[in-house]
Ligand binder design. Structure first.
Ligand code: C5P
Length: 215
């Protein structure tokens, strides 16, 4: 059985960084499932797809021509690694992720990442819906303040101006949407290890997860 490690948690909880490092340490493949929702959002925005037409959006999702290569993300051969991280793309991603047909359209694509020698998958429903048989499930959390602080630093480091209050409001809004939606709401699944990273470095979080995996 090819092992899967599922790492779920809210926006800016550090999942991406931590999951990628765990995958590197174990020599496993890595699935950034949020990127698939972001790619769908970007593609829909570019095609002017109506953002309330769930069937048209599901079609966009099922026809995504994307690939992942050494940390870069491509949509029809164009490197969109930066473009999908834009705030508005994240916002649209979070809205269309509430639509069941869109989630279903991305299901098979996500399963396709499950290959030997193993997979580390990060998202909102990795342990609950996509990989319920994961050998290890981790739910990463961090306070809104800690997450806003991290996002702030990331933006400033990139030379992008940012405002703590706006970031905090945006995170809280997105949390509420991810938690309260009816399709695959964000919550820790039974059997998941909870890891609060508010006061941890990424390295410390990685060590903790590797420790659990070795149990
Ligand atoms: O993780 P990231 O912020 O890149 O994800 C973008 C959006 O996609 C999230 O706000 C969330 O609503 C959605 N998402 C999801 N299920 C996943 C991964 C992401 O609903 N497995």
């Amino acid at each position: 059985q090819t092992p899967v490690i599922a790492i779920d948690g809210p926006t800016a909880s550090g999942k991406g960084t931590v999951a990628q490092k765990v995958a590197q340490r174990l020599g496993f493949h890595y699935l950034d499932s949020g990127a698939l929702y972001r790619l769908t959002a970007l593609s829909a925005l570019r095609r002017n797809t109506a953002l309330d037409d769930e069937h048209a959006l599901a079609k966009v999702a099922s026809r995504l021509n994307c690939h992942f290569d050494s940390g870069h993300i491509f949509l029809s051969e164009e490197d969109v690694s930066e473009a999908i991280r834009a705030e508005n793309v994240g916002n649209v991603a979070s809205k269309i992720a509430a639509l069941m047909p869109v989630r279903q359209a991305l299901y098979g694509l996500q399963l396709g990442f499950h290959r030997a020698p193993g997979l580390v998958a990060d998202g909102r429903d990795m342990g609950s819906v996509i990989f319920p048989h994961a050998v290890l499930k981790v739910f990463l959390t961090a306070s809104v303040a800690a997450r806003a602080q991290r996002r702030y630093k990331q933006l400033i480091d990139k030379g992008i101006s940012a405002n703590m209050q706006d970031l905090t409001n945006d995170l809280s809004e997105r949390d509420a949407r991810d938690t309260h939606r009816s399709s695959a709401p964000l919550k820790a699944v039974e059997g998941a290890y909870l890891l609060d990273t508010s006061a941890l470095t990424a390295e410390q979080a990685v060590e903790q997860i590797l420790g659990w995996y070795a149990l």
